[in-house]
Design a protein around this ligand. Structure first.
Ligand SMILES: [Zn+2]
Length: 191
């Protein structure tokens, strides 16, 4: 079920549509510091782990730069596709983490369905999920919003379970919930 979703290009295209909307809204809101107009200043990413056949725009992390001399403040809107600075797509970091929850190291070593994702990567993801919900500004907001806080040892499955609907709806809700995290401090302020 999760793997079908990871291979589903149409689902991933939908996330790009959401990101375009968030980018348009961020641009319309203008510079958060001086109110100046924003110019496009996207980052180029090499998104890993997604379905084949995604267009070149998928590698674009939408971001803007204030056009006013002396300000030039950057504004990066939240994203459904990218989680923080992770190279793997947000869908991959989430669903693979759920699939491999509780997996023993020996079983993980035999896995072939997730090429390139080794034990070290998965352990980094696990500790990232843990720290995201225990440390920092996002953790406080998230835990208050979810009260009671999700079982930290079972993240992100325990988070996914909080959202209703089919797995696609649950995943979109989860990505929406996590999106402020990828937009940096200015995005946290905006929400
Ligand atoms: Zn500005």
């Amino acid at each position: 079920m999760y793997q079908a979703l990871l291979a589903n290009a149409k689902f991933h295209e939908q996330l790009l549509v959401f990101d375009r909307d968030l980018a348009a809204a961020a641009r319309a809101a203008r510079c958060w510091r001086c109110g100046g107009a924003l110019h496009s200043a996207s980052y180029e990413r090499k998104p890993r782990g997604g379905p084949t056949g995604l267009g070149p725009e998928y590698a674009e992390r939408f971001s803007f730069c204030c056009a006013v001399d002396g300000c030039r403040k950057r504004k990066t809107p939240p994203s459904f596709r990218f989680l923080g600075r992770k190279v793997y797509l947000a869908t991959v970091v989430t669903l693979i983490s759920v699939m491999l929850l509780g997996t023993t190291p020996s079983r993980l070593a035999r896995l072939t369905e997730v090429p390139g994702i080794d034990r070290g990567t998965l352990e980094r993801w696990r500790s990232w999920w843990r720290s995201t919900f225990t440390e920092g500004a996002f953790a406080q907001v998230a835990r208050a919003a979810l009260a009671p806080a999700p079982d930290i040892s079972r993240l992100p499955a325990s988070l996914l379970e909080r959202f209703v609907g089919a797995i696609t709806d649950q995943l979109i809700s989860l990505l929406r919930f996590m999106a402020p995290l990828s937009g940096g401090r200015s995005a946290m302020r905006a929400l």
